[in-house]
Design a protein around this ligand. Sequence first.
Ligand code: PLP
Length: 398
Amino acid sequence: MSLFDRAELAPADPILGLTEAYNADTRPEKVNLGVGVYLGEDGKLPLMEAVRAAEERITQQRRAKAYLGIDGMPAYRDAVRELIFGADSSALADARVATVQSLGGTGALKIGADLLRQLSPEATVLISNPSWENHRALFTRAGFDVETYRYYDAGIKGIDFDGMLEDLRAAEPGTVVVLHACCHNPTGYDLGSEQWDAVIEVLAERQLIPFLDMAYQGFGFGIEEDGAVVAKFVDSGLNFLLSTSYSKSFSLYGERIGSLSVVLDSAESAKKVLSQLKIVIRTNYSNPPTEGAALVTTVLTDPDLRQSWEDELGAMRERIKDLRKGLVDGLASRGITDMGFIAEQLGMFSYSGLTKEQMVALRTEHGVYGLDSGRMCVAALNTGNLDYVADAIAAVRA
Ligand code: PLP
């Protein structure tokens, strides 16, 4: 008997499994709303114009493929820190932020989880109920007990804010609290500014450790507007972790580019934390890849490319809002008038409120693929498939 016979067959990743089923579906009218990617009007993944131009410049430079430092490309770290915290952030001026380049948002979360596990092995991690599927798996795999705080209330199609605060108040000091900075995945419901203030107050009172996950900056209200949550945390004086991803906002999914920042009290603490983050990285994959960092840095630091990127990201954001509205109107014209909330949600996803049975029927009877939880990626709609999807939803609701 081989050692490897002990390996049990793990269930397929639910989202990737869904994509496989979609690919195998021969119906030409099929629509994949299961994925978490933004697709253009042509149903394809866009190559953003600023990224294309940056790629051309980088190719012309024909740089040799040296190793980057363990914490990544210095110019990249500076550029994303400015994007996340703002050019005149007091935390940056005080050099009390430790930042590393990461393998997308997932890599940032894992580096942060490994650091936390080392510093506080007994801590519990709280994630929202529901949350991005990988949060629970990732923090569990890092060795933590993962529990949830109340978030979505199906009854009101919104946030159970009192329940959320109550659960945070009941948490032990030192508990790690994972919070979606904007465009909550999967529900599409975000906290308002005053609600964030109240959450921050409880986090401080209960001495909880916030871990902000920002995978969709720019998809909610705008780059600065979405980043305002981060500024609130800086102003609060709390120590916190922040993961970011440029998979969606630069359409750089396969480049695996993101960042992890830890905001601390002093430059001295930042230095120590950075040294520990480097050990986590060094013992996992040594150092990150260059391409994604070079692309993001080029776009963010060149005024023309940056403007082009901001404009295109803004257009993507507005287009998703139009698609949401289009779906709501399409449903209303088919007699479904109780799904207007889809237009209120933010980001790439909509929690549709459809039951598991309805989601299965959408898939099997109509070839419209969403998650059993009712989550649909509205950023994968286009004017060509919107009516079909509205017809399908109306049919399963009948
Ligand atoms: N965090 C959230 C909330 C996400 O939705 C995602 C991606 O879907 C990630 C993190 C991971 O991002 P990345 O693909 O850059 O690893």
